[in-house]
Every structure is written in structure tokens, then in C-alpha cells.
Ligand binder design. Sequence first.
Ligand code: C5P
Length: 218
Amino acid sequence: RPVPVVAIDGPSASGKGTVAERVAAALGWHYLDSGSLYRLVALAAIRAGAPLDDEALLGRIAADLPAGFAGGRAWLAGDDVTDAIRNEACSVGASQVAVLPAVRNALFDRQRDYRCGPGLVAEGRDMGSVIFPDAPVKVFLTASVEARAGRRHKQLMEKGLAANMESLLQDLRERDARDAARAVAPLQKLPDAVLLDTTNMDVDEAVAFVLDLVRGRG
Ligand code: C5P
């Protein structure tokens, strides 16, 4: 029997990262945050001074990425970049390099390698459509753009960082449009994915919903 995968896809700031991590912990399964890989490519490119639209160069950077995850931290060339990859430049940069087929191809096998027993919870934009099309459980996790901007606002305030609701809304709308409109692996809800709209749901409810799906198919 193939190793089971729970594929959770959805837009930025939908809370899918938190939900996926908690589902993985509850099941004792591996966890893949695929967006971090695109963020690491963006950071590696920024550090190398590479133009983020140079496809051939970005493809090589992605293929040779000296990066990984260990101890719950993200590493690039020996540096702990867990916080750095969350900054604005890497968020925007990740969605720019993610439109390049050479980058997506370079990360393909790397993502599939996370599929190890007893199971994997993978989150991103194309987990169910491209990377794990045979995943027995596929969830499209979303929330209204206002709810997502509100959550991000709260997170930033809690960290003592500046946050402006209008610019957060605008940033999310732009990123949604870029992720949905791109030619390769656009963000989309597949017919075989279960829609989970968390606009009026807290994290516990969303986690319970996904766990019920997994156990129902187990
Ligand atoms: O999920 P996160 O916001 O960390 O992802 C950063 C960017 O990486 C997204 O804006 C998206 O463009 C890209 N991405 C992707 N495919 C994935 C995961 C992320 O294109 N599977």
C-alpha cells in the first residue's frame, strides 16, 4: 500500500500551515511546508544577487539549494533562516520564483521525498494537483480575504510588528491573483478536494474536520 498523504492546499494566510502541522502532530506523520521551499529559493537568490525572473539561473539555484529543515528550523547554507524566510521580501520573492517552471521542476522530487511512512501531511498550492495527485485525502482550505488579513494583522501585532490592514488586504489580493493566474500549477480547488472554509472557524475545529476526513478514509 502506498504511504498515505493528506494534501492541504489553499491561499496565503488561510491558516493551512497551522492546521497541517497540528494534523501531522496528531497523527504522528511527517509534515511538508512546501511554501518554505519557494521562500528558501527566493532567499538564496536574493543573497546571490540573482534577478528573480532569470529562469535558467533560478532553476539552478533551486536544484542546488543547500537548504533543509531540522529541529523545526529552516536552514540555508548553515544559517538558521526560519525568521528570514518569513519577511516581506521573501514572501513576495517566493511567489515570483514560483511562476518559473524550472524552479517548480527542480523542487518536484525534493517534495516527493517527504512521502515516508507512516504518512505525510503536505501543504501548499499544488500538493493535491501536481505533487501528490494520488493523495487519498485532499483539502482546499480557505477563508475570506478579510478574515485572512485580520489573522495576519493579529499575528503581526502579537509579535510587536507594524501592521496595516489596508496594505495587508492589498498584498493578499495581489498574491492570490498571482497564484491563481499563473500558467504552471495555479492555485485551484480540484473536484476531488474537500472545501474547508475557515472564515468562521477556529483552528481546533479545522483540525478536527481534517482528522475526521483522514480517519473516515483510513
Ligand atoms: O505558503 P507560502 O505563503 O509560504 O508560500 C509562498 C509562495 O510560494 C506562495 O505565494 C506561492 O506562490 C508559492 N507556492 C507555490 N506552490 C506551493 C507552495 C507555495 O507556488 N506548493
